[in-house]
Design a protein around this ligand. Sequence first.
Ligand SMILES: C[S@@+](CC[C@H](N)C(=O)[O-])C[C@H]1O[C@@H](n2cnc3c(N)ncnc32)[C@H](O)[C@@H]1O
Length: 426
Amino acid sequence: MTVAKVIIRNLDPEDIRTVFELGLAAFDWPSESVFWSEQVVRWYCESARVVSFVAESDQMIVGFILCFAADSTGCVGWIAVDERFRQQGIASKLIHRALLVFRALGITKITTLAREDGRANRFFQRFGFHDCRLRKVELLLDPVALSQGTRDSLLSGTLASEGTHMQQTIPEYDILAEVYDVWAAADPVCTPSHDFYVQLCSETEGIIVELGVGTGRIAVDVARRNKPIIGVDISLSMLEQCRSRAVEAGVQDHIELIQCDVRSFTLPQKAHLIVFPFRSIGHLLSLEDKKQTLQRIFDQLTPGGRFVFDHYAFSEQWARSHDGIPRLMHGQLSADRGGLFIWDTYRYDFAAQQMNCFITIEKSDKQGRVLEKTHCPLSFSWILPEQVQRLALEVGFEVEALYGDFSYTNFGASSLDQVWFLRRPT
Ligand SMILES: C[S@@+](CC[C@H](N)C(=O)[O-])C[C@H]1O[C@@H](n2cnc3c(N)ncnc32)[C@H](O)[C@@H]1O
């Protein structure tokens, strides 16, 4: 049965009976037990409501996740979806919400119990849980600093429902995820970079990884070519889009997703090819961050393994002439669906070698009247070829090639892009 719109909200006292019954059916237990009873659900509601959620569709509870925190460790206690509504991403939405709130609370280590059922463990692995052979399955999230006021509001449960307030504390792309694909399509290298990486990954034997996998624009097409690929990203919302896209394409078994910061990712096995497409290295703001990430990538490659990434060739003249001027990236006004307009405005800090990109998303009615406007800040820094060269050598990479576009043209003074091939020596 297909569900209509699903809302994730905090567990309320009036949900206790329904959640208990849903759990009883889902866990396939004949009756109430010491592990699963109405008292157990009541305990979560009274003691851990802030990290316990139900999924509701058409005023019916179709799933739940019950979590708690102890000694700064979060724990996923129970998660279940009504069997009539499975395979529709409801469990992912539930865990996604719980992890966001844990992260916002500054809780960075999450555990759950390893299940005997391999499918359940694979589900947890998709969200970055590892060590699934042990009894305890762990996930390390990135800490996020929260003001005391926001933390108090979260703990008292007032922010945790549909919480736009939390957006300032979550990865920048979480806000952009919904419109990322239309926004990215406006970039002139969107198609050439897609074709380049899909081809490169398809031709490579062994373990392939895309860092900053985003909505799966590239990875899903690699998987479509029957190549398994691992995607790493810090943004759960982007990973959620990627997962849905993979399910839609029927290739979810070929994509493993890991929620992690690229500065500290660990792969289940060393990789033969790691790619970091679409200038994403620019999201690592300092040269130190970039070096730390290069070191991490080097350590996660097999000897002889390659790291391939791209970045634009920075033009100060272009930057100065576009500084502070909004650019329309996408504009569509449809007679039946209303309008969507996306604007980029770049603000440069030339001394810091950084740029703040404000992405303004406007949704309008059919007459073009703006109904909703959201500003998504994206922080970015550019890197020069000589800086890449220096960092790569310091980390131990050999530079195999530098191209000036996605058609393998040698890099030169008039190139618009840098496409780097680095190799870990054998
Ligand atoms: C420009 S998008 C690229 C997405 C995809 N690779 C593509 O080509 O369409 C950058 C992605 O990098 C992710 N990202 C940014 N900083 C990150 C970090 N420190 N660790 C992991 N992912 C990060 C963002 O969440 C986003 O999904």
